[in-house]
Design a protein around this ligand. Sequence first.
Ligand code: C2E
Ligand code: CA
Ligand code: CA
Ligand code: CA
Length: 277
Amino acid sequence: AAKRHGKGRVHRFTPDLLAADDDATLAAELRVALAEGQLEVLYQPIVATADGRCTAVEALVRWRHPERGLLSPATFLGVAEARGLIVPVGAHVLARACTDVASWYDAGHPVAVHVNASAAQLSAPGAVADVIRNLVEHGLAADRLVIEVTESSALDTPAVRAALQELDALGVRIAIDDFGTGYAALTALRELPVDVVKIDKSFVTGAATSVADEAVVYAIVEMAHRLGLETVAEGVETPEQEHFAGAVGATSVQGYLHGRPMTAADLTAWLAARSPV
Ligand code: C2E
Ligand code: CA
Ligand code: CA
Ligand code: CA
């Protein structure tokens, strides 16, 4: 990709040219990945603090790249957003998640499934229709699905807010992800049909050592409780963090302590081992 400019200019421009090249390559490969089924969905348990039951799972996308191995969303979602591929990626994840949650339901594990959605996905034409189609196709009650949005993306445009209102009216639940990390957390609570608040990992981790973080977690749970919302403490890695989450009254915890994101087959086994049917 290095272009033959004068000396010195090469240095200034090469990184950008390379980056642009890489993005184009990645986008082309991602189109192939979509067509050839290289995108996988892993699931991470969300566990109730009251009784330790797994009430829900979060769907997290991965790309099983033929040469580069298993890629995390951080490596390709940015390119997907920039190159107009986030809608097909999101559609794939939603369809997979609905299929899998229906099979867990049939196996006697009535978990809900959380699916992440960006502003671009929610504002795409047909986004709500796609959700309805998947729910109907798999015979799922709308409240089995939780759409996770970040406060900034959810407040992005009137189209996003309209989609969230429509989903809420259908009975689909809405979760605010990474709550507290943006600048619009309180506005999001006021303006969106929120059902679940996911307390960002940074506060949960910090609560053990930082009085400020501890106070933030307390305040979020207290506020959510007053508003009748559920709370999920994210990134719970230790029994101490889980205990803290329970003590402040968080509804559920999610994190490596209970389970890393795993394949649908592994989650099926995980569910069966915890609650034999
Ligand atoms: P997120 O929605 O905040 O998801 C939680 C992330 O934290 C996941 O990373 C998960 O693997 C990780 N995590 C869970 N528990 C722990 C823990 O105890 N400790 C630590 N250190 N990390 C933990 P992952 O799977 O790499 O996903 C990263 C982000 O990519 C997600 O953050 C979400 O914003 C985005 N993402 C993932 N799947 C999708 C998708 O299907 N669509 C969209 N639009 N975004 C997605
Ligand atoms: Ca999420
Ligand atoms: Ca709602
Ligand atoms: Ca999160």
